[in-house]
Design a protein around this ligand. Structure first.
Ligand SMILES: NC(=O)c1ccc[n+]([C@@H]2O[C@H](COP(=O)([O-])OP(=O)(O)OC[C@H]3O[C@@H](n4cnc5c(N)ncnc54)[C@H](O)[C@@H]3O)[C@@H](O)[C@H]2O)c1
Length: 335
């Protein structure tokens, strides 16, 4: 198996997850890890760095994996691309649209390099099933969708996510971005968006605890998003309405299992009432007990590196589109 010399920068929760997954995959030879908090890398073998530039300069890797806090992501991505490295970076693609466009400008000047952002939700089993069900045409065309993604968060806790200079935003940028990405994935590119963010409970927090948005595509498909840090429980619900039925995605399998069982339910429109009752129809449900999202995401990245595939999910285009939507919602708030 072809192996790519790789460094991982930022060895917190996501850095460790990527390290495990890339090691398990086998196509990555992780020669160095970097974290400015040396405690985070003390247990790793290989070369250790506290300075990411030194790490890239010394290791001269083929692949750089960026799992730092949001504020540092654009600098590392741009530097790595300049050095001719392929890059896998965590979401969000920077703190704001300006950051994303900086990376896009840099990437557009490269040739043959792979750049992928970690929108791992697209690889959850329920999402994969929903996509293939939609693409099959069995339920007709998507016309509308409604996404709710919520958690219980303490926005006053002393951590980088609650520091607006480092994080760039609140719950919309941190978690809602995944649901926005999925809404784009299922419904299409949105040409209109209106929405707002608010601090309904965490009044002192610089980052919002709530975001609502309504979007419409050029051809009239509509989607809504509710992103919440004050759901007080973990919740993932995505309803997709089609011309001949609906799909409901409930729960999301994560390591904590706190988002509930991951399932996809669908119903094929039957106005002759042969199956169930109108308004309470016969549905089909599939449940999943495995989260392969990290594995599938890294596989797609590796296949793009070897030329066996391309980056289909988490492209710089996806990153730019989703950040442009978020930018518009944040700007509307400041109008
Ligand atoms: N794909 C997903 O579903 C998902 C889930 C969680 C987090 N994330 C993203 O991953 C990134 C990291 O999040 P996390 O939960 O692992 O946070 P974390 O706090 O656990 O880890 C971040 C690490 O980066 C290190 N770091 C910060 N600045 C650095 C610098 N200048 N040089 C080197 N290391 C530096 C910190 O010391 C820390 O160990 C964030 O951008 C976050 O949005 C993505």
């Amino acid at each position: 198996m072809q192996q790519f010399n790789t460094v991982i920068i930022g060895m917190g929760r996501m850095g460790r997850t990527r390290y495990q997954e890339m090691t398990r995959h086998g196509g990555f030879n992780i020669t160095g890890v970097c974290d400015n908090n040396l405690e985070c890398i003390q247990d790793y073998s290989g070369n250790k760095y506290s300075d990411w530039k030194e790490c890239i300069d010394n290791e001269q890797p083929e692949v750089v994996v960026v799992c730092t806090v949001n504020a540092v992501i654009p600098d590392i991505v741009c530097y790595a691309l300049d050095k001719g490295c392929h890059v896998f970076s965590e979401k969000p693609p920077g703190r704001n649209l300006k950051d994303t466009l900086r990376m896009k400008e840099k990437y557009d000047k490269t040739n043959g390099l792979v750049l992928k952002f970690g929108f791992n939700h697209r690889y959850h089993n329920s999402i994969i099933e929903a996509k293939s069900l939609i693409d099959s045409g069995f339920l007709g065309d998507v016309v509308a969708a409604r996404g709710v993604y919520g958690k219980a968060a303490n926005l006053m806790r002393d951590e980088w996510r609650n520091n607006i200079d480092i994080a760039g935003g609140g719950i919309l940028l941190d978690q809602g971005i995944h649901m926005l990405d999925l809404l784009r994935y299922f419904v299409g590119d949105f040409s209109e968006i209106s929405g707002f963010t608010d601090n309904l409970v965490w009044k002192e927090s610089a980052g919002e605890d709530t975001a609502f948005a309504t979007m419409r595509t050029q051809d009239g498909k509509v989607a809504t998003l509710h992103s919440s840090a004050i759901q007080w429980k973990h919740k993932f619900d995505l309803d997709i309405m089609l011309t001949d039925g609906y799909i409901a995605l409930n729960g999301l399998l994560t390591s904590t299992k706190s988002y509930g069982e991951e399932s996809i339910t669908y119903y094929k429109k039957d106005l002759e009432i042969k199956s169930g009752k109108i308004g309470n129809p016969k549905e089909y449900t599939m449940c999943f007990d495995e989260d392969s999202s990290w594995e599938l995401e890294i596989k797609e990245f590796y296949d793009a590196l070897t030329g066996r595939g391309i980056v289909e999910n988490g492209t710089i285009e996806d990153a730019t589109q989703v950040m442009s939507l978020i930018d518009k919602v944040y700007k509307k708030n400041n109008d």
